[in-house]
Design a protein around this ligand. Structure first.
Ligand code: KG4
Ligand code: ZN
Length: 367
């Protein structure tokens, strides 16, 4: 007798910020194989504006969703009739982009008769270590990007506890703003990191925001202002900045961000263990997780606490549709279905019990 075929081919669609993405996965329970993962960024479209312009982003998504999806199917070597289900980011994010993706997915589902589900973008990030490393809950996830900054205790595919997060800017946003203040190119993270490599992290005594407060909430906007003040003081005294000044400012800023994130991670690990017992891992996601100083500190922290450190490949840490297909596959396998009434949500906290966050970053709501 033939063994029943349980693997499902899932098409994922993501358009919540400034990346139009589509991916095809073969999913079998918690295991999945990525057949294709296509991401078309919009950096060039927004470059002149110093941040993502929601209207431009939405229009670009609407124009590109079909070609990106066609490319993902082609790369997977499949046609739409081989797909078993569709998953789409239905929030949180910039509403025009989310709407474009949701409408596109509804159209595909209506024309093919395929089941489809809306997926929380943050769940996509939070479940990525299950996809890439086979990590089983419970684990702690630190999301650090241009739009997100939060600690999530992941106890299951639909069971998240938000332990803390930023009360203002996301760290990637702070890196980008500091780069702008110092005349360095965007995106700011890599250029600040490169300048910091030549700098003295001790020269400027930048604050360590919220370290004096218990818990693992974070704040980055005061740090950015401290860099601005130091820059202005130097410029006034010397009539400008030297390369050394720039490098020292970057090194001091990066050290402050890495130290604060490491200390708050230590507290989050304690809280997660107190709530869920031994953890299978400490995972990071988001573009800022590429920062070498931060990564070194988090790796050392995880080692010191006997927790495996999991950093998925960068292409799956930053925005992508493979994570959406994966999170959607788990929902579809659990029997979830959406229909034409599915709405796009600008804000959608993963943890329904945590207090809402204040602030909204340049890349959208900090849900
Ligand atoms: O996850 P991501 O690609 O996009 C979203 O935010 O959605 O993250 C981008 C952010 C940018 O703010 C960028 O400056 C930051 O990640 N970033 C870094 C580094 N590489 C990228 N920040 C610090 N150090 C880096 N090496
Ligand atoms: Zn994201």
């Amino acid at each position: 007798m033939d063994t029943p075929v349980t693997a499902q081919i899932i098409l994922g669609i993501e358009s919540s910020c400034d990346d139009t993405a589509a991916a095809v996965l073969r999913c079998d329970g918690p295991r999945a194989e990525i057949l294709s993962n296509v991401v078309e960024g919009q950096t060039a479209l927004h470059a002149a504006f110093g941040g993502v312009v929601p209207e431009i982003a939405a229009r670009a998504h609407a124009e590109r969703l079909d070609t990106v999806t066609t490319a993902a199917l082609r790369e997977a070597g499949l046609t739409l009739d081989r797909v078993d289900g569709i998953a789409v980011t239905s929030g949180p994010g910039l509403i025009g982009g989310v709407l474009a993706g949701v409408m596109f997915a509804k159209g595909l589902a209506a024309s093919t008769g395929l089941p489809f589900v809306g997926v929380n973008h943050l769940a996509g990030h939070a479940l990525t270590p299950m996809l890439t490393d086979g990590l089983e809950p419970p684990y702690l996830m630190l999301l650090v990007s241009g739009g997100h900054c939060q600690f999530l205790l992941v106890r299951g595919p639909d069971d998240f506890t938000r332990l803390g997060g930023t009360i203002d800017d996301a760290p990637g946003e702070a890196f980008d703003k500091v780069a702008r203040l110092l005349g360095l190119p965007q995106p700011g993270g890599p250029s600040v990191q490169a300048a910091a490599a030549e700098g003295d992290p001790e020269r400027f005594a930048f604050p360590r925001p919220l370290l004096d407060r218990p818990g693992c909430d974070l704040s980055f906007s005061g740090l950015k202002t401290a860099v601005l003040r130091a820059r202005d003081t130097l410029a006034e005294a010397q009539g400008g900045l030297t390369e050394t000044d720039r490098a020292d400012l970057c090194a001091g800023f990066q050290r402050a961000v890495a130290e604060v994130l490491a200390e708050k991670s230590r507290r989050a690990l304690d809280q997660a263990r107190a709530a869920a017992g031994p953890l299978t891992g400490f995972a990071v996601a988001g573009g800022v997780a590429a920062n070498t100083e931060l990564r070194a500190r988090l790796t050392a922290l995880a080692q010191a606490t006997g927790t495996p450190f999991v950093a998925p490949p960068l292409a799956l840490c930053t925005d992508n549709a493979a994570m959406i297909a994966y999170a959607g596959a788990l929902r579809l396998a659990a029997g979830a279905r959406d229909d034409a009434t599915l709405s796009a949500r600008p804000r959608w906290p993963l943890d329904r019990t945590a207090a809402p966050l204040v602030g909204s970053g340049k890349k959208g709501a900090k849900a």
